[in-house]
Design a protein. Structure first.
Ligand SMILES: Cc1ncc(COP(=O)(O)O)c(C=O)c1O
Ligand SMILES: Cc1ncc(COP(=O)(O)O)c(C=O)c1O
Lengths: 255, 408, 408, 255
């Protein structure tokens, strides 16, 4: 079953899916384990595992700091792969890698994708790899049945969206607004128009990220997108109130 | 070859949200390149606002001392704001005006590019924000002071190593949010396409001038041309005057820091510590670990203290067209001292790297030959660093006394 | 008129022991003036070692702001070492070579002339000693540091007010003992004949260039030309381009310090506190008491903080050819701030005096007219003074922290 | 009797004359008075009274400092004139003014010279006033019978010396060497040659100054010059050992 099919199946049961995110190794693999356990138990549908990179240009302050501290604490790419394999084996939901291209490039794109597949992950999100630069990556994903998640932005033209969609699989990650991860998004008329354009450009499910942190935000997305992405919010929560707070928080998002 | 690539290097690894911005930038730049009036306006502005053409100085005393080739110095230090950085920022300023944007942002390490950008913004009436590693803000306070007086907002970047590469990341983060109003004035021939091409296009003014100047002064082409290589903009600027002349050897000099073996340096190509990578939007040789995490670099010259290097330089190096070497901090201080004393010229710490290598080689060439050193900037802005590096006791005393005055 | 006099002013009041030295200097200078190759060599050297011709910059934002005449700025700040002082010292360097002397001495106040002289000495291979008031050595440590790196010996002068005039006296004392080997590189159009003539002759390069530049840019002569007046060398330099054009009004701006009524200023001609006198070898208007003892002067700009003024300027003022005005310290800081922010140009504190007066008058002239401000130097060397005068808290903090670092 | 005649008369009795120097108002008029008393009693033949000036370019550190301290202590030109008159009246030897030209110029050259004459002084030494710049001064001196002492230097050509001599009266002050006041002079072959040139240029008596501070120095001058000038030496002596030391010092110079 492809990632898209799996999501469609879930969507038959729920009117919106939740995708959560965490930075591997931040604050530690042990806490990651606990947080993921809470997420899965609270009904999360997909999890992005971010492999830390020293230059995370597309990320805002919360995730940036998490990347750095994980690296400073000594996390290695090899450990991330092992940890991802462990999670994918343990939990019955799709896992994705999120990272920057240099992590793949330096590892060897082919080998990295093979490891990803072997770990049981279903796709990857690489925000600094436009399809024009990703031939090897896209080919590898196709070959290995991994979903190379493509990203739409409000600044993308409709033509561009169609091109991106043609290169992607699984779902489309729709960046809700200008700016980096972690800040609030307002769901206004302009946003609606943007989502309409996304919808017209692709048949893939749409995930909307950037700044989603409450049941209200998630409710706003219902009927507009298929997947609500919760990124910085859980990292902040773990920092402030510990991993045990994650389950109730997630459960509360989709009451 | 793929667009924006120089051999295997370059490209545009940008988040989708900037795709359109880069498309527009490429378009406006292509139109400017096609329009002869644009280059004329640029040259006119550099002539009336900065001091172009900058002179080519005969270094007679140094030539005599090394007893070989005649040494010439291309004087980018005499530009407005004291470095070749002006060539690039003024050019990008004209592009910004064409795009109708009203705000510019830039990263800066040593502060030179920040001061140059803030200056251009004041001149063109743009709003300006400069990102600078918090550590650099501390080290380069005089430049911060001037940027602020020039009306720029200086944002200390506290992430990562708190230096240049982190300032670049932070500038991208700003851009990603404000691309409609804002242009990111990349400071060197790095970053995603079309930045290397844009910056090199403006910096070629150095090479165009110097080619004519050396022919007029020396009657023939130089046998070697030396330039320091941080990102590579001053080097690409001067090298472009001679790329088509295989008899002119082009020599880039990187920051050897405490020595190539020490691990504390910023030599991407001359040393063996770098490997191919993709970061900050482009592919080149990076100083990174086996996982692809960028390493801390070191140089006495903040402007050379960077993890990556221009994809153009990497390509020319790979082709064998540019020879890459490195100068250590200690060699740099020695060359600086000698140049000041012999010629009455104070190179920037960055530029002094090029002098080191030229001094090593001048004596081995016949007196009929000429070599050119690109003096990318002036050193008097570096007084805090230079006086400190020379361990000048009166300077220490002066600062101590001033500090006490402000303590009271 | 008597030799070396400009109207009632000038002359050569020198001790007998220097009579022969002055005779020789006059002779060598006269021969150089007669020799067209000499001027050619001078212009060539200024073009290849410094950055001449320096540009004439259109200050569009300031022009718009004041809504009157178009403001142009002559960019002497882009000279090597950052001020018009280079024009004079390089010229005198060529004379020294003609005389076959091997050592130069100079006085310096702010340090600009000292740095310029030390630079020239390094370039020409002369020994060099710079006399500088002990108080100025304290205040201008960065310049002292560079002079020393340039190989000059800097002698702090502890007599008198420990400032510029005392440094001049001390330089004379050195010269009186060492005139056979040594040339005294007078820094401005003051001192005994033929110094004013020599310095003015070299500085006229400014006026010659700018006359052609303004005609090319503006199509006609400017209606006014503004220059700050310390000794008067940058003013004489630019004024000489227009002396024969009565329609061009020449405006000199002196240091108004804390106000002409405060007694704490250095206005010889714009104020009422000076009277005719003879000191430091020449006759002019001096700031002196009824007995003829020289008074303490004050200015935020060390280079204007001097008791006397060029006999040439005094004569032109007396004839009504030059209008003399004054700018206060406070006005200067305001004009500096505005110029930096509006044009991205940082004038020296001295030069900023000329900007003050131009700003006061620009709006009263029609838009068809042009005015020129002579920017004699760049202000980034003045950072200790400027940051202090702006009372910048981050700067204080930076210096305090550096001081503590050196305390440890 | 002109100053020259008066000196010639003294020279009939002594083979060398002594001219001493002090800075009026340094350290105080009271000390000046005592020092001059001691000098006269010890047989000094002429005294130079230096009116302090703020810019004494021809003077070395000792006299420079004396000038400054006198000015700082508040001495005025008017007081110097009064003090000179008092001395010239009290003591039966010739007094001269030594000062810089600005003091005369600012006072009014004519009036200054008239006051000098009225005070009973016999001449002036103005080191920064070459005859070319001193028309008014030279004319005034001639009219008032004051000796405008001219200065020879080792760098003066013989022709120049003749010209200077033609403008002077009283005696010629021969600067012994390059440099300012106060440092040692060596009386070598070159010096002898210089003095010979001076002698050939003028019939006026020759005074030799700069650095004379011992009986030996004075003895060396005998037969070469008519007047030995003691400048900085007595100022230093007063500073170190008080005014009472001056008499014995002077007496010892010509044993
Ligand atoms: C004076 C100077 N030279 C050289 C450099 C290095 O940059 P690039 O290699 O792009 O010329 C810098 C960077 O700040 C600089 O300020
Ligand atoms: C930049 C600058 N401008 C002006 C002056 C004043 O001198 P002048 O009046 O001779 O030009 C100085 C003297 O140091 C100076 O440094």
């Amino acid at each position: 079953m492809t990632l898209e099919q799996e999501l469609r199946t879930k969507l038959a049961e729920k009117n919106i899916l939740l995708m959560t995110h965490l930075v591997v190794g931040y604050p530690s693999l042990a806490v990651n384990r606990e947080v993921i356990g809470q997420m899965v138990a609270a009904g999360v549908d997909i999890i992005e595992l971010q492999i830390p990179f020293s230059e995370p240009v597309a990320d805002g302050p919360v995730i940036l700091k998490a990347n750095q501290e994980a690296i400073d604490a000594g996390i290695r790419v090899r450990e991330c792969l092992e940890f991802a394999a462990e999670m994918a084996t343990t939990h019955p939901i799709p896992f994705l890698f999120m990272t920057y291209y240099n992590i793949l490039f330096k590892y060897g794109v082919e080998s990295f994708l093979e490891k990803t597949r072997a770990a049981g992950l279903q796709g990857l999100i690489i925000p600094d790899l436009p399809p024009e630069e990703g031939e090897e990556y896209l080919a590898g994903c196709r070959r290995l049945d991994l979903a190379p998640i493509q990203i739409f932005a409000p600044t993308s033209s409709s033509e561009r969206m169609r091109y991106l969609a043609s290169q992607g699989a699984g779902f489309i990650y729709c960046v809700a607004r200008r700016g980096v991860t972690g800040a609030q998004t307002s769901f206004d008329r302009e946003f609606d128009h943007y989502i309409q354009r996304c919808r017209q450009a692709t048949d893939l499910p749409l995930a909307v990220g950037f700044g989603i942190s409450s049941a209200q935000d998630v409710a706003m997305l219902k009927g507009r997108a298929e997947i609500a992405v919760i990124g910085s919010a859980t990292i902040r929560l773990v920092e402030e109130r510990g991993p045990a707070a994650v389950g109730p928080f997630i459960a509360g998002l989709r009451p | 070859m793929k667009q924006g690539y120089y051999g295997d290097w370059g490209g545009a690894f940008v988040p989708e949200i900037l795709h359109e911005t880069f498309r527009q930038l490429s378009e406006v730049f292509a139109a400017a390149k096609r329009d002869p009036a644009f280059w004329r306006e640029y040259v006119e502005l550099m002539g009336s606002y900065s001091c172009r053409p900058t002179p080519l100085t005969r270094a007679e005393n140094l030539s005599r001392r090394f007893g070989g080739a005649r040494i010439y110095i291309k004087r980018e230090d005499l530009n407005h704001t004291g470095a070749h950085k002006a060539n690039n920022v003024v050019g990008q300023g004209l592009l910004v005006r064409r795009m109708g944007k009203k705000r510019v942002i830039a990263e800066t390490g040593a502060g030179q590019h920040g001061v140059a950008t803030a200056t251009m913004a004041a001149k063109f009436g743009f709003e300006c924000t400069i990102y600078m590693g918090a550590e650099d803000v501390q080290r380069q306070r005089p430049n911060v002071f001037w940027m602020e007086k020039l009306g720029a907002k200086v944002v200390p970047v506290t992430s990562g190593s708190q230096t240049l590469k982190d300032a670049i990341n932070e500038a991208f983060r700003d851009w990603v949010a404000n691309m409609d109003s804002t242009h990111y004035v990349m400071g060197t021939v790095c970053g995603p396409h079309p930045f290397p091409e844009i910056v090199a296009w403006f910096q070629r003014i150095i090479g165009e001038e110097v080619r004519g100047q050396i022919l007029a002064s020396h009657g023939k082409l130089p046998s070697r041309v030396y330039a320091c290589v941080g990102g590579g903009s001053n080097a690409m600027g001067i090298f472009q005057g001679f790329l088509a002349d295989p008899q002119v050897e082009l020599v880039g000099v990187e920051a050897g820091g405490k020595g190539l073996e020490s691990g504390q340096h910023a030599s991407r190509l001359a040393g063996n510590d770098a490997s191919p990578g993709v970061a900050q939007g482009y592919k080149t040789m990076f100083l990174q670990d086996e996982d692809g995490q960028m390493r801390d670099t070191h140089s006495v010259a903040a402007g050379l203290d960077y993890i990556g290097v221009s994809p153009m330089i990497t390509d020319l190096w790979q082709q064998g067209r540019v020879r890459m070497t490195a100068a250590t901090d200690a060699e740099v201080m020695e060359a600086l001292d000698l140049t000041i004393r012999q010629e009455g010229i104070i190179p920037a710490l960055e530029s002094a790297h090029a002098f080191v290598q030229a001094f090593k080689e001048a004596g081995t060439l016949p007196a009929s030959e000429a070599i050119i050193i690109n003096q990318s900037g002036r050193g008097d802005k570096d007084i805090f660093t230079i006086a400190h590096a020379f361990n000048d006791p009166s300077w220490r005393e002066f600062i101590r006394a001033k500090g006490q005055e402000y303590d009271a």
